[in-house]
Design a protein around this ligand. Sequence first.
Ligand code: CUA
Length: 155
Amino acid sequence: MHIHRLEKIWLQIGIGMLILFLAITGVNAFAMGQQPPTGHHMIDPAKVKETAPFDKPGLHKISENEYELVIIGYAFGYTPGEVEVPAGAKIRFTVTSSDVVHGFQIPNTAVNLMVVPGEVNHMTYTFKEPGDYLVLCNEYCGAAHEGMKMIIKVR
Ligand code: CUA
């Protein structure tokens, strides 16, 4: 079979690029440890209230200027329904659901999490401005979905 010279060159470039890209991916994955996130944090959604840290919902100090805010979403609200956090502190949100899928969104901030039964979701955020921040559910979860909210008082 005759292959035109230019086609041969083109094939060689293609095969060369394929080997190069696979080599880069391989080195990244095996030599540099770039892997998909593991240790996916899952819990039993029927035992949320007995499972740490959700047995103690609310604000917990981790270190100087760093806090964990543990929240359970349920139809139709959040536990705690209101919490006070210090302005300028790093807040690590830890959220899960005790029933169906909910949302956890604070308008005008970067905070937007899915609240999924059986899964623990995290996000870190620092409130720079004091004020009352409304948390809303942005996943339709039932008849009173639009009333599902909580207040974060940043002081
Ligand atoms: Cu919870 Cu919508």
